[in-house]
Design a protein around this ligand. Structure first.
Ligand code: ADP
Ligand code: ADP
Length: 220
């Protein structure tokens, strides 16, 4: 069965962390728009250079380039069974474009889990976030430290702190989220897709809440 999930929630609430866990359990592809932009930046593509000017300020990359990048990603074979979208859509225009794209792929958004969290906790979590250079694995020096400081448990690559995780940029990103992305909460609620999940619990508790809300048959 094809299944598309849209993870909603403010920066730092745990979307990437949960998307990776749910992707492993279900076999659904994990599509992170932020990771795709960072990969383009690492490879110094035109898209990456363009995205960087927005990302470093904590602003959204324009809809047309973002939509084009996601369309290409969703058309790859590993998305045949569906995908978990993390960080996309972030505007109503992107959400409309997603509906149209999934129509073409004979699919639709099955559910939009909305992970909630308090602003002060988000700023703190992002200040303590360490990210793996090779594959974007996510750590936290307090709540989810790697076995060896500075090194990814999964692929041994270097961990770094994202430039846009410094408090001023995080505050800007939260503001942008409230202005441009939060209308999606009503967008999916009106369509009967929204599932609210309390993101202030431990990582394991949030996973458990997602697994039961989404009726995921865990093989682990
Ligand atoms: P997002 O993708 O929504 O920006 P992340 O998944 O990258 O969020 O998580 C942000 C930071 O918070 C990371 O350092 C991550 O390890 C940590 N984190 C994620 N979920 C939790 C949680 N439930 N409790 C404590 N820390 C968490
Ligand atoms: P977070 O970990 O806070 O969820 P992301 O890694 O998803 O952050 O996004 C980092 C940056 O990439 C955003 O601040 C924005 O500049 C850009 N970006 C990611 N996804 C989108 C999107 N769907 N639309 C526009 N810009 C995006």
């Amino acid at each position: 069965m094809t299944r598309y999930l849209v993870l909603l929630g403010p920066p730092g609430v745990g979307k990437g962390t949960q998307a990776k866990i749910i992707s492993e359990r279900t076999g659904l592809a994990h599509i992170s728009s932020g990771d795709l932009f960072r990969e383009n930046l690492k490879n110094q593509t035109e898209l990456g250079k363009l995205a960087q000017t927005y990302m470093s300020r904590g602003e959204l990359v324009p809809d047309d380039v973002t939509i084009g990048m996601i369309r290409e990603r969703l058309s790859r074979p590993d998305c045949k069974a569906g995908a978990i979208l993390d960080g996309f859509p972030r505007t109503p225009t992107q959400a409309d474009a997603l509906e149209a794209m999934l129509d073409e792929f004979n699919g639709h958004v099955d559910a939009a889990p909305f992970i909630t969290g308090d602003e002060d906790v988000l700023v703190e979590r992002l200040g303590d976030r360490w990210t793996c250079r090779a594959n974007g694995h996510i750590y936290n020096q307090k709540s989810n430290p790697p076995r060896e400081p500075g090194i990814c448990d999964f692929d041994g690559s270097e961990l770094y702190q994202r430039e846009d995780d410094k408090p001023e940029t995080v505050k800007r990103r939260i503001h942008v989220y409230l202005e441009q992305t939060s209308p999606l909460i009503d967008y999916y609620r009106r369509r009967g897709k929204l599932i609210e999940i309390d993101g202030m619990q431990t990582i394991e508790q949030v996973t458990q809440a997602l697994v039961s809300a989404l009726d995921i048959q865990s093989s682990l």
